[in-house]
Design a protein around this ligand. Structure first.
Ligand code: ADP
Ligand code: MG
Length: 339
């Protein structure tokens, strides 16, 4: 009998590694293939960047509380974020959709209104796509092409011991926004007359429904004359994404719990839902902030940027990747990403 291995035994990253093992690049202009936030191609004077993402109804979004306009925006922002993570600039996007007859023309108009707003915000052109019918809900796939100067591209595998570890914005909000929306959905399903209790929670809800790609920080780093030594976008949670940087760079890291940037509303929502704001910040995901490292020599140039928090440092591989808690102990950082 042929052997059968469950995908759950490998997990997402194990599966990608397995696919990668069977791939050999042969084109002279392929600079970097599988393994970073975007592929890198030599297109002449600059490098071209290419990234693609898939979003499925019921897996990545729930249309009972996700407005189509926001979904259109988020689909673009999430992929632009991968171009930002290469220190690049997005240029063109393609959008594929598969729709069932459950959707009206007006609903698709709403989705594309969001797509257009994001294209404007991130200065990209929608240059193509594909349209199909679907038998099971809405499917969205976005690819973004971007560019970066050859000496400015930033990978995941180039962090060095003693580099400073930085993160933009704040963490855990998108996860708590989702938990609140899920809770309101359950309340509504039980009693449709109940009014949603989302007052004072606009920030975390917005973090879930309408995330931004941090292109603003990419421009500011360039202005400050700082090129990170490594970078990734925080799509799966700081822990999981830091572990990618560390594994691929062959280094360890220390993150200080007290340094984690967490918004007031994230704390409040976590308290209300009996969840740990620290766990949300470390493992929540979908914040689309940038996690990057800089050499100590660059500290002065960005230390006053309010969008950037110094959360720790890169250590030798032998030190592992750990969280330095408020109680002064060190606990190993573990990923709780997608399985
Ligand atoms: P991100 O979260 O930044 O989008 P992923 O974790 O989805 O990154 O992917 C990590 C790397 O693996 C990327 O280089 C991506 O292109 C590649 N990858 C993911 N799925 C596949 C696949 N099915 N075939 C080939 N490469 C893949
Ligand atoms: Mg990414």
């Amino acid at each position: 009998m042929e052997s059968r291995t469950e995908i759950s035994s490998l997990g997402e990253f194990g599966l990608i590694q397995r696919i990668n093992k069977g791939v050999t690049n042969t084109q002279p202009d392929t600079v970097t293939g599988i393994g970073d936030d975007a592929a890198v191609m030599d297109i002449g004077e600059e490098y071209g960047l290419l990234t693609t993402d898939l979003l499925l109804e019921g897996v990545h979004f729930d249309l009972t509380f996700f407005p189509l306009k926001h979904l259109g925006y988020k689909s673009i922002a999430a992929s632009v974020s991968d171009i930002a993570a290469m220190n690049g600039y997005p240029r063109q996007v393609t959008v594929n959709i598969a729709i069932s007859n459950r959707f009206s023309v007006e609903a698709i108009d709403e989705f594309y209104a969001g797509v257009r707003t994001a294209c404007k915000d991130f200065s990209v052109d929608l240059v193509g796509g594909d349209t199909s019918s679907s038998r099971s809900g809405l499917l969205i796939s976005v690819s973004v092409f971007g560019k970066v100067k050859k000496d400015k591209v930033v990978y995941r595998n180039t962090a060095k011991p003693n580099d400073l570890l930085c993160v933009t914005g704040d963490l855990g909000g998108a996860y708590l926004g989702l938990q609140l929306l899920e809770r309101e959905k359950q309340v509504f399903l039980t009693n449709p007359d109940m009014q949603p209790e989302l007052e004072g929670k606009d920030y975390v809800i917005q973090r879930q429904l309408r995330p931004e790609a941090r292109m603003d920080v990419i421009y500011e780093l360039e202005e400050a004359g700082v090129t990170p030594t490594s970078m990734i976008d925080v799509s799966d949670g700081l822990a999981s994404d830091l572990l990618h940087i560390c594994a691929q760079s062959g280094v360890g890291a220390v993150v200080f719990e007290e340094r984690l940037p967490i918004d007031e509303q994230t704390y409040l929502a976590a308290t209300e839902l009996n969840l740990s704001p620290i766990t949300a910040a470390l493992n929540g995901g979908e914040d689309y902030e940038l996690l990057f490292t800089v050499s100590q020599a660059d500290y002065e140039k960005i230390k006053n940027n309010p969008k950037i928090t110094f959360v720790g440092y890169i250590a030798d591989k032998s030190e592992g990747v750990s969280l330095h808690t408020k109680g002064d102990s060190r606990v190993p950082m573990t990923a709780q990403g997608w399985t």
